[in-house]
Ligand binder design. Structure first.
Ligand code: RB5
Length: 151
């Protein structure tokens, strides 16, 4: 079970703004603690400006798990996955959310705000937060993800 005393950072651009508001409201109702990194209106913005702060904080160990979104979820996950200690999984249903925890030990869930039913997104987030990494054969695989410099 997810430790609900942990704070969960959440960030989005305008494409994920409505979904972010919905998730914040529902997660708080369910007893989760949220730190909202914006955006705070539906005005058009550049997604990296709102995803970098969440991803950097996960990368630095300030928070254990994060939630990000944009219209498609693609730009958000691309941005977050630039950080060595981040594994952001793009999830469009509950099964993807479960698998990216079980097999990839993802620490960020990326959601497509314009292409997902909000109730399904909420279920996906809860499953993501409450599923443990399977470990075992998946450990060497995730250890091979980072690109290591030759220098
Ligand atoms: C914004 O229009 C859109 O491009 C953005 O939310 C996201 O889908 C980018 O990957």
């Amino acid at each position: 079970m997810f430790d609900k005393s942990l704070v969960i950072p959440i960030g989005s651009d305008h494409g994920g703004y409505e979904l972010k508001n919905y998730l914040c409201e529902k997660l708080i109702e369910d007893g989760y603690k949220i730190k909202d990194f914006g955006t705070y209106s539906a005005a058009s913005v550049d997604y990296p400006d709102y995803i970098h702060p969440v991803a950097r904080a996960i990368n630095d160990g300030v928070y254990a798990y994060g939630i990000i979104m944009c219209g498609s979820g693609q730009g958000a996950s691309m941005t977050a996955n630039k950080y060595l200690n981040v594994r952001a999984g793009l999830c469009w249903d509950v099964a993807q959310a479960k698998l990216t925890r079980l097999h990839n030990n993802a620490n960020i869930i990326s959601l497509p705000g314009r292409f997902i039913n909000f109730n399904i997104a909420m279920e996906a987030v809860k499953v993501f937060l409450n599923t443990d990494f399977e470990g075992g054969r998946h450990i060497p695989r995730i250890e091979k993800i980072p690109v290591k410099s030759n220098f």
